[in-house]
Design a protein around this ligand. Structure first.
Ligand code: KIV
Ligand code: ZN
Length: 515
């Protein structure tokens, strides 16, 4: 049995299924590059048949990522598999992941199919996928609630049909660690050709057990774990990649496999990137990537750590890439220093004009903010990529008046489809007034689900990074904006979200409905 644990990241697919976590193609490519730098084995980039946008995003990721295998999800239907095959055409290494539900409740209520029909369709799907690639993964959806004997029959048949990876999902997060570990053990024992495939697991976190279930499966012979950065995912999310990786790395005395190929120092950067793109904040006490994960508050702990780090620390903060956010550049830094630092952060420019544009933004920021930190640079690049997308609307100017005892008001100038418009409004505060002024002009009739501001670095001159989440007719989008002035950052974030909601998008969900 292999001693390497295959890390399969599904942030861009299952992670994106979290309501409100939808990502643009550029955002997906940026996250994929961060995962490639971390050296994850497989990146599930999306569900190509879901929408033209999903197809293009999987294709774009497959076009640029060279070191990780790129995977596309497909239901066990010819049209899905063909679309996934097409999206992965240019991948250096491409995988098709096809699935069909095997639990009684899903087969009867959702698929309205008999078990034998499901088995037949699963085999046909794997054979179809093998026409596009030798690298095929099959998942019996809701395996955690499926009948063991039926599951064994399905797995034996799909392995015979050419599935090199069989993935066992606990789709609804119902299993508990000992039971799930035993399930993997039993499947590996009972399926006659189990040695011909890698066993993978995909656990949801509805009972807070996704990581524990995955690790229990690993102890019972699973050699691939499907996981997401920050545990993002459908409902309560998936197993968190950072927790799986650091648990296996830290407890090498327990696990019979390793994650030595993973560059764990990239974890923190990837976590921040995903959080800033999706607007899903990481709770401070979250394991590995939370702000407090390596902070020692109590005097006794601090004293112990100073005497010997290992008294209270089981991992080194540096191993997950937590370094002090150092001051890197200032207003006198030149283009070369700027380009070099961004390249150290893994950010490359497609063209000289893109570099020039980012450098101009940097100079503007350096005029307002004395010290520029790594996180400022990351935000600056996020901003540039937001504005580089073909947006119909942009912020031209904003003026707010806020005074004790007076009602705040804002005047905003925007450009919509090349035409400038000006509007004003009062509000409960300057941010409220600015957003109301924009809404008065646009009349989007969206509902604001979330408004959050995070300081990117410390200090009162820090940039504020604002996330605005809007909903219209069931569609949810996130807008981002960063500026040293949080009213401007808020207006930018609101406009970014409105731009996204104005784009037509018809999208289907992998686990429901037909396309
Ligand atoms: O949760 C699930 O069952 C899935 C499958 C598509 C693997 O996401
Ligand atoms: Zn899932």
């Amino acid at each position: 049995m292999s001693d390497q644990l295959i890390i399969f990241d599904t942030t861009l697919r299952d992670g994106e299924q979290s309501p409100g976590a939808s990502m643009t193609m550029d955002e997906k490519v940026r996250i994929a590059k961060a995962l490639e730098r971390m050296k994850v084995n497989v990146i599930e980039a999306g569900f190509p048949i879901a929408s033209p946008g999903d197809f293009e995003a999987v294709k774009a990721v497959a076009d640029v990522i060279k070191d990780s295998t790129i995977c596309g999800l497909a239901r066990a239907l010819d049209k899905d598999i063909e679309r996934a095959g097409e999206a992965l055409k240019n991948a250096n290494s491409g995988r098709i992941h096809t699935f069909i539900a095997t639990s009684p409740i899903h087969m009867q209520m959702k698929l309205r199919m008999e078990p034998d029909q499901v088995l037949e369709q699963a085999v046909a799907a794997v054979k179809k996928a093998r026409q596009f690639t030798d690298n095929v993964e099959f998942s019996p959806e809701d395996a955690g609630r499926s009948d063991l004997d039926f599951l064994c029959r399905v797995l034996e048949a799909v392995i015979d049909a050419g599935a090199g990876t069989v993935n066992i999902p606990d789709t609804v997060g119902y299993n508990v660690p000992e039971q799930f570990g035993t399930l993997i053990h039993n499947l590996r024992e009972k399926v006659p050709n189990s040695d011909k495939a890698i066993f993978s697991v995909h656990c949801h976190n509805d009972l807070g057990l996704a990581v524990a279930n995955s690790l229990s499966a690993v102890m019972n012979g699973a050699r691939q774990v499907e996981c997401t950065i920050n545990g993002l995912g459908e409902r309560a999310g998936n197993a968190a990649l950072e927790e799986i990786v650091m648990a296996v790395k830290t407890r090498q005395d327990i696990f019979q496999c390793n994650v030595d190929h993973i560059d764990t120092t990239q974890i923190m950067k990837a976590s921040r990137l995903v959080s800033s793109i999706t607007g899903f904040a990481v709770q401070p006490n979250k394991a590995i990537v939370g702000a407090n994960a390596f902070a020692h508050e109590s005097g006794i702990h601090q004293d112990g750590v100073l005497k010997n780090r290992e008294t209270y620390e089981i991992m080194r903060a540096e191993d997950v890439g937590l370094t002090t956010n150092r001051m890197v550049l200032g207003k006198h830094s030149g283009r070369n220093a700027f380009r070099t630092r961004l390249s150290e952060l893994g950010i490359e420019f497609k063209s000289e004009s893109e570099l020039n544009d980012a450098f101009a933004r940097f100079k503007k920021l350096a005029d307002k903010k004395h010290e520029i930190f790594d996180d400022d640079l990351q935000a600056l690049v996020t901003e540039a990529s937001v504005e580089a997308t073909n947006e119909r609307m942009r912020l031209v100017a904003l003026k707010v008046c806020s005074e004790t005892g007076e009602t705040p008001n804002a005047s905003v100038t925007i450009e919509l489809d090349g035409v400038e418009q000006e509007g004003s409004s009062e509000g409960g505060g300057p941010v409220d007034a600015a957003l109301k002024a924009i809404e008065k002009m646009i009349g989007s009739n969206t509902e604001l689900l979330l408004y959050s501001v995070n300081n990117i670095t410390s200090g009162t001159d820090s940039q504020g990074e604002v996330t605005v989440r809007l909903e219209k007719g069931g569609r949810i989008v996130n807008g981002l904006g960063a500026d040293t002035d949080i009213v401007i950052a808020s207006a930018k974030a609101y406009i970014n979200a409105l731009n996204k909601i104005m784009e037509p998008e018809e999208r289907s969900h992998p686990q429901t409905g037909d396309v």
